[in-house]
Design a protein around this ligand. Structure first.
Ligand code: PGA
Length: 259
């Protein structure tokens, strides 16, 4: 069972995830972080930037990237991570990898294996940050993704492309149809998962992911197979959790040695 923490607001959620990253990096200055894009993790980077941490040696692996955007496109996840994570945290951009980077066309077939090899060479991901899509995706693993999948090219669902059209001036047709994403099996290999969900739009997916059956139809449910998962949700995103009272009680009465 994941540890589920229901926080009063987004800032508190970001601070809690930042606590986990701070503890890791103080212990291991060259830790390997799994980086997520989207709106959800922004609160983490904001909180982490205030901690006075030296993150110059931290290595990063992005979860996913669009296929087909020109190099340097500000909507690419490479550019997004450089602007929202690397610059904000004072990380070294050369130590941050994004899947499929620099590859196009047929060469993308090899992108997954190359990315997996790079993660392995780094010694694996210590802590993977995750958001959750309304479809239940983590990374861009849309419903139907194999629970054992590895980094590969995937097709985005219409729902996800509509959700992400806000980054493309509202033009859903401008949102790429394909992406390269870490697989669910890749994500499960990280030593710790920290999944955040904010807002009512995520409530159904979060409840299904945390409390529903483990199924490829709800890709985020794969987190139930991982031994060390921290789920952070605000009240709105937690609104459909059946065991919310239990999670609150467990968190409020957590032993000091476990915090
Ligand atoms: P969001 O995206 O953080 O922008 O809501 C989450 C996701 O699609 O994984």
């Amino acid at each position: 069972m994941a540890e589920v923490v229901i926080v009063p607001d987004v800032a508190a959620g970001g601070a809690l995830a930042a606590d986990a990253i701070e503890a890791l990096v103080r212990d291991r200055p060259d830790a390997v972080l799994g980086l997520a894009t989207g709106s959800t993790p922004l609160a983490i980077w904001r909180a982490l930037a205030t901690r006075g941490l030296d993150l110059r040696r931290v290595r990063g692996f992005a979860l996913d990237e669009y296929v087909g955007l020109p190099d340097g496109d500000p909507r690419s996840y490479r550019a997004t991570i450089d602007a929202e994570v690397v610059a904000v945290l004072g990380m070294d951009p050369a130590l941050v990898r994004v899947p499929g980077e620099g590859l196009a066309g047929a060469a993308l077939a090899g992108a997954g294996a190359a990315y997996e090899a790079a993660i392995a060479e780094a010694g694996g991901v210590d802590l993977q940050v995750l958001g959750i899509g309304r479809t239940g995706h983590i990374g861009f693993n849309e419903p139907g993704s194999s629970l054992a999948s590895r980094t590969r090219v995937k097709t985005l669902t219409a729902v996800t492309r509509r959700d992400n059209a806000r980054f493309f001036d509202g033009d859903v047709d401008a949102v790429p149809l394909h992406c390269v994403t870490q697989g669910l099996g890749t994500i499960l290999d990280a030593r710790r998962l920290v999944l955040l969900a904010f807002g009512e739009a995520k409530a159904a997916a979060l409840a299904a992911a945390v409390e529903g059956p483990v199924t490829a139809s709800m890709p985020a449910s794969v987190i139930q197979l991982h031994p060390d998962v921290l789920v952070i949700a605000d009240e709105a995103a937690a609104g459909r959790l059946r065991f919310a009272d239990y999670y609150r009680e467990a968190w409020a009465s957590r032993p000091e040695w476990a915090s």
